[in-house]
Design a protein around this ligand. Structure first.
Ligand code: NAI
Ligand code: UGA
Length: 459
């Protein structure tokens, strides 16, 4: 069946023609968090008319005002530019979104269920239940969230069942691979586009939507494979990080240096140097929960043996956090009682304010529970950290947080921490002891300034 989908009024404004959109589809983006806010703003920047929707009314008000609710370098400019042009708008109304959109991108969260490994996909069901009853004409619904394999087919059936337009409403799955901190770049210059589609017409619409991105490898496949590509990619990245952190454990036992080991490995083109930074390990709203959801889903499918290695990947990762606490305690003289610990970093990685499953905060909280007086500083994640962990103390700057500290832990490699002057920091601490949790500092210069410098996986 040919895909006849066009904008309802058939009109194409001259500016859109100038931007040479193959088809001026109107897009909605349902869920405007880290992924959705980026996707909405970037698709508008490509020339599409975009309507972003969220159930969080406060978030929508901020977005309407050109204020980004998250920290993502470069995104606020894209947001403001497209609000000003009128191409990007926001709403909380599903009725409005359904009437507006030819293509609906679904970007809601799929967090880990409490007390379980499995992913909570209920937000996706909620989207379908809110949107579908208003879909009375041909349109494409495109899932971008990361999901357990099998979710897309189930949602596709539900969509057709609930939508008045029935099978004129179709689902496609289009997983997202962007990294926080590089979200705008990764959206506009993806390494590849994966399309899980059930028809040629859905493939055609998706190809048209992404045509303005230029030459990008496109893999067209079925729903299940597209869902699995995403979880496999994150499982691979997590495995690579835990591999080098396992090597760090062996280096610790044998007085070898994991940083030099990693460098030497990186020259082998089959291995490559990316994602081989040993340290405190991975956190964030994705890698940890995605490998756990992957294991849970494999179990449901009777394929749990295939992924038992991910259990070890997870365990190695969590052991790094425990090792960091042990190292800090050792430097504190065997106990945290009466000890002041400065933690530099709260975000799970630099250039983000995201504190979901942050290794840095996890370590800070554990040390606090073990009796340490912990003061945390982060350039952008302080508000989020304060809200989540009011029990910790917070500094206004790195120097402020380090004042009177017996031990400093550098746990998120923000550029401003990497370039800290050992003398200047040394002038405010009680004792010059530092653990470099990301192998990002230069040991020589810290030791030259009379600091006791320790790191993970290095002698
Ligand atoms: N954060 C990232 O860098 C990436 C995330 N992903 C995946 O994308 C998905 C979203 O992740 P994030 O953006 O990080 O999550 P998030 O938690 O920042 O955003 C989710 C948004 O959905 C909204 N929402 C919840 N229920 C809704 C509903 N019924 N209707 C409309 N909006 C609703 C929430 O209010 C929130 O604003 C997850 O599956 C994640 O694994 C994939 C690639 C990158
Ligand atoms: O599914 C997702 O949401 C995203 O998850 C990750 O992106 P992100 O979580 O933004 O951050 P990464 O750059 O992958 O870093 C993840 C964690 O691994 C840690 N890491 C990374 C690299 C490394 O060598 N060592 C290391 O410990 C980082 O500090 C961070 O805590 C993937 O890289 C993205 O491709 C994917 O789209």
């Amino acid at each position: 069946m040919p895909w006849t989908l066009i904008r309802k009024d058939g009109a194409c404004d001259p500016e859109l023609e100038e931007r040479s959109l193959p088809v001026p589809y109107r897009l909605t983006v349902l869920g405007t968090g880290y992924l959705g806010a980026t996707h909405a703003a970037c698709m508008a920047d490509l020339g599409f008319e975009v309507l972003g929707l969220d159930v969080d009314a406060a978030k929508i008000e901020r977005l309407k005002a050109g204020e980004l609710p998250i920290h993502e370098p470069g995104l606020e400019e894209v947001l403001r530019r497209n609000l000003a042009s009128g191409r990007l708008r926001f709403t909380t109304s599903y009725e409005e979104a359904a009437a507006f959109g030819d293509v609906h991108f679904v970007c809601v969260g799929t967090p880990q269920k409490k007390g379980e490994y499995a992913a909570d996909v209920s937000y996706l069901d909620a989207v379908v239940e809110s949107l579908a009853p208003h879909l009375d004409r041909e349109c494409l619904v495109v899932g971008k969230s990361t999901v357990p394999v099998g979710t897309a087919q189930r949602l596709a059936d539900k969509l057709v069942r609930l939508a008045p337009a029935g099978s004129q409403v179709e689902l496609a799955w289009n997983p997202e691979f962007l990294r926080e901190g590089f979200a705008v770049h990764d959206t506009l210059h993806p390494d590849r586009i994966v399309l899980g589609v059930a028809s040629e017409r859905a493939e055609k619409v998706m190809r048209d939507v992404y045509e303005p991105l230029g030459e990008v490898p496109i893999v067209v496949t079925d729903y299940a494979t597209s869902e699995l590509v995403k979880t496999a990619a994150n499982a691979f990245l997590a495995t690579k990080i835990s591999f080098i952190n396992a090597m760090a454990e062996v280096c610790e036992a044998s007085h070898a240096d994991v940083k030099q080991l990693s460098l030497a490995l990186s020259f082998d083109e089959r291995i490559g140097g990316k994602f081989l930074n040993a340290g405190l390990g991975f956190g964030g709203g994705c890698l940890p929960k995605d490998i756990r959801a992957f294991m849970a889903r494999a179990g449901e499918l009777g394929a749990d043996q295939a992924l038992t290695f991910l259990r070890e990947v997870d365990a190695i990762n969590m052991r790094r956090r425990a090792r960091m606490v042990d190292l800090a305690r050792e430097l504190a003289g065997g106990s945290f009682h009466g000890c002041t610990v400065c933690v530099l970093g709260a975000a799970f990685k630099p250039n983000s304010d995201d504190i979901r499953d942050s290794p840095a905060l996890d370590v800070a909280v554990t040390i606090g529970r073990q009796g340490g007086r912990v003061t945390v500083y982060d350039p952008v994640a302080l508000d989020n950290a304060r809200r989540a962990h009011p029990e910790l103390a917070y500094g206004e700057s790195a120097l402020d947080a380090a004042r009177g500290a017996n031990v400093v832990l550098m746990l998120t490699e923000w550029p401003e921490f990497v370039t800290l002057d050992p003398e200047e920091l040394g002038s405010v601490v009680e004792t010059r002891k530092i653990v470099d949790g990301r192998n990002a500092l230069d040991p020589m210069s810290w030791r030259a300034a009379a600091w006791t410098y320790r790191a993970l996986g290095r002698p």
